[in-house]
Design a binder for this molecule. Structure first.
Ligand SMILES: Cc1cc2nc3c(=O)[nH]c(=O)nc-3n(C[C@H](O)[C@H](O)[C@H](O)COP(=O)(O)OP(=O)(O)OC[C@H]3O[C@@H](n4cnc5c(N)ncnc54)[C@H](O)[C@@H]3O)c2cc1C
Length: 636
């Protein structure tokens, strides 16, 4: 059993008492420590800025040309906090309970309580930075509702919350860069982690502009490299999102936790063709006012506005009257699949449902709806050429977020001393299903408020200045990275990297997507091996390794997805229960809801790498619930 190092004492005091007991680094000594932070999304940028403000030196890496182009910038809907400004009964306790229940009781209670506790500080921090959250007439910050909650606790900046939050974190980061406390390496990709005597000591990077491979040593390494939804090829994530950093760390000994816990978001623009490379999210906030429906009659091919009220099936409102259209994402997604599988789906492919704003426009007026969601409506119209003020949107579920990630303890340190993992890259606080607007909350909690304390506890026990890149482990890892690059370029096959990625993605979606079963998962394991073998025989990577070469970059990332995806499938295969986003067809209630098996699966599954194509070793972290009573989730 893995030890998560959860502090003793009552749940509500754990974080406060932990902070007052953990070791501190003397202010004058902080500048002697150099911390490597990989990733400049909300988690990485907030962490690097906070560490630097505390006095540590940091080196920060990201793939994009600017830190503020990290994928976090795409977040639309909002960020949760238990401020209770609308006075509708919210509290830290309620946010905690909603998150635990939303995650289908597969998250660590102590972490989730801490997250709820910190949520309010995040809002204060961001307001102080000048993040322009929406305000109501009184001047208070406005709130709206998201799935899985019966209070309004989501703070937002129109449909651009991630962008505004990232500009705040980016400004804090760049202030420290300008002050000379942070060294920034953009357009630089981490290709490996260097571990010496079981301790994370540095990273190997490739300069994406000139191809140079370099070693960087540090006193600690922080990975904030985001999630792996792009394993499925089509997802709402930016094209550049990948699993490489986490997977390389895994291959060097870091455990990968709950990789099969992936989130499929119910409101995305449906797939429209074979050569599409990305899917577009329509924020969950739209379910505040949009009503989801399909025609009652499968043969009904009338235009949506010609279908009268009585002939419409508002399936979420009917099945889940207390939460209606605001059920959690896993339920909304699965139910969209069910109605489409029954033949009620709409649009050219039959793989879509309506999201209809006509009632909301009648009730509140077009101007109000425009103020709330204007940019999302514009985006929808630009992509589909349909005006959602007049006709309902068409939506379908798509891969969106990954609850799985590298295993970390309460201090956000992996099982490898010196390797910390934050934001979407860790296995996070969201259990088997994340509630909307809580990823931004977790990334910023990790970066602004947790890591800056807990990393000190680790550093205080180590001598500062571990900057030596001469050990052989660095040379070996550099050599391996160079050889791999050369290998990609030398294959000179006939199939593009994207072709393999698309094939892998389709397989993962079919066999390890919205629902999974034993036979399909076993088949996926075999087919992934075949695709991977074929990849190494016939991939074509044009160009050279000495300059900007996006095919080469993608080849590395897809090669890692081709290894990682098997671990995801192994995890899905072993977890015979259904929970949250992981729906095993063999384990469902009579009503088709996910059926957990608390007796056998109430644990975090953390996998240890044993070689490509070899089943990894399972380590379990038992989940103990002191405060919460485990129950079948009910949103009816
Ligand atoms: C369309 C969309 C809308 C969303 N809306 C919301 C919302 O409204 N509310 C909410 O709470 N959540 C939302 N989410 C989820 C949320 O945006 C993400 O979970 C969160 O932003 C992840 O932040 P992060 O800092 O962990 O990672 P990211 O923002 O993904 O940043 C990853 C960073 O790591 C770097 N990186 C990655 N690999 C490497 C490597 N090998 N070497 C060097 N650098 C590397 C990247 O360059 C980048 O800087 C949304 C997600 C999507 C896709």
């Amino acid at each position: 059993m893995l030890n998560a190092n959860i502090p003793a004492g009552p749940l509500k005091n754990k974080w406060t008492s932990h902070k007052s007991k953990i070791k501190l680094v003397n202010p004058a000594n902080k500048r002697k420590y150099n911390i490597i932070v990989v990733g400049t999304g909300l988690a990485g940028a907030s962490a690097a800025a906070s560490l630097s403000e505390l006095g540590y030196k940091a080196r920060v890496f990201c793939i994009q040309d600017s830190p503020r182009r990290a994928h976090s910038i795409a977040a639309q809907g909002g960020i949760n906090a238990a401020k209770n400004y609308p006075n509708d009964g919210d509290s830290i306790d309620r946010l905690f309970h909603d998150t635990i229940k939303g995650g289908d009781f597969r998250s660590r209670e102590a972490n989730v309580y801490r997250l709820a506790e910190i949520s309010n500080h995040i809002i204060d921090q961001c307001v102080a930075q000048g993040v322009p959250f929406a305000r109501e007439y009184s001047g208070y910050l406005d709130n709206r509702s998201f799935g899985g909650a019966q209070v309004s606790r989501t703070f937002y900046a129109r449909g651009q919350t991630g962008q505004q939050l990232l500009l705040g974190a980016y400004s804090a980061l760049m202030k420290e860069v300008a002050a000379g406390n942070i060294e920034l390496h953009s357009r630089t990709e981490m290709l490996d982690l260097v571990v010496i005597d079981g301790v994370a000591r540095g990273i190997i990077t490739r300069n994406l502009v000139n191809g140079e491979i370099e070693s960087h040593a540090g006193d600690a390494v922080v990975l904030a490299t985001g999630g792996y939804s792009n394993c499925f090829y089509l997802s709402t994530n930016a094209k550049v999102c990948n699993v490489t950093a986490a997977w390389r760390a895994h291959k060097k000994g870091a455990f990968f936790a709950n990789p099969c816990f992936t989130q499929i978001h119910p409101t995305c623009i449906p797939v429209h063709g074979d050569y599409q490379s990305k899917l577009t999210l329509m924020s969950e906030s739209l379910r505040n006012d949009g009503r989801v429906w399909v025609p009652k009659n499968k043969e009904d091919k009338r235009a949506p506005n010609a279908i009268p009220e009585n002939d419409r099936y508002y399936y979420l409102e009917e099945k889940y009257p207390s939460f209606g259209n605001l059920v959690p994402r896993d339920l909304a997604s699965r139910n969209a699949k069910y109605v489409c599988d029954e033949g009620r789906g709409v649009g050219a492919t039959g793989q879509a449902v309506y999201l209809d704003f006509s009632d909301a426009i009648k009730r509140s007026g077009r101007k109000t709806i425009e103020e709330r969601y204007g940019n999302l409506f514009d985006m929808y119209q630009r992509i589909t050429n349909v005006n959602p003020y007049k006709d309902p949107m068409m939506i379908y579920p798509a891969l969106h977020y990954t609850m799985g990630g590298l295993w970390v303890d309460y201090n956000l340190m992996s099982n490898l001393p010196g390797l910390f993992v934050i934001g979407e890259a860790n296995f996070s606080d969201h259990g088997a299903n994340r509630l909307g607007a809580s990823a931004l909350m977790q990334g910023l909690a990790d970066g602004y408020f947790i890591l800056p304390y807990t990393i000190g506890h680790y550093l205080a026990r180590r001598a500062a200045g571990q900057m030596d890149t001469s050990p052989k482990a660095f040379r070996d890892a550099e050599q391996e990275a160079k050889e791999r690059t050369e290998l990609f370029l030398s294959i000179k096959g006939s199939r593009s990297v994207d072709e393999f990625h698309r094939e892998l993605g389709r397989l993962c979606w079919d066999k390890c997507g919205m629902s999974r079963n034993e036979a399909g998962l076993k088949q996926a394991l075999e087919e992934i091996s075949k695709i991977r073998d074929e990849f190494w025989k016939s991939v074509k990577v044009p160009g050279s390794g000495d300059d900007l070469n996006q095919s080469l970059e993608r080849a590395g990332r897809v090669a890692d997805f081709l290894e990682f995806s098997q671990t995801m499938v192994w995890d899905a295969l072993h977890r015979k229960e259904s929970c949250g986003g992981h729906f095993r067809e063999e384990s469902q209630t009579a009503e088709g809801e996910a059926l957990r098996d608390d007796e056998n699966f109430c644990y975090v599954a953390a996998w240890e790498f044993r070689g490509v194509d070899k089943e990894p070793v399972l380590h379990k972290e038992k989940l103990d619930f002191e405060e919460v009573e485990l129950a079948q989730r009910n949103y009816k």
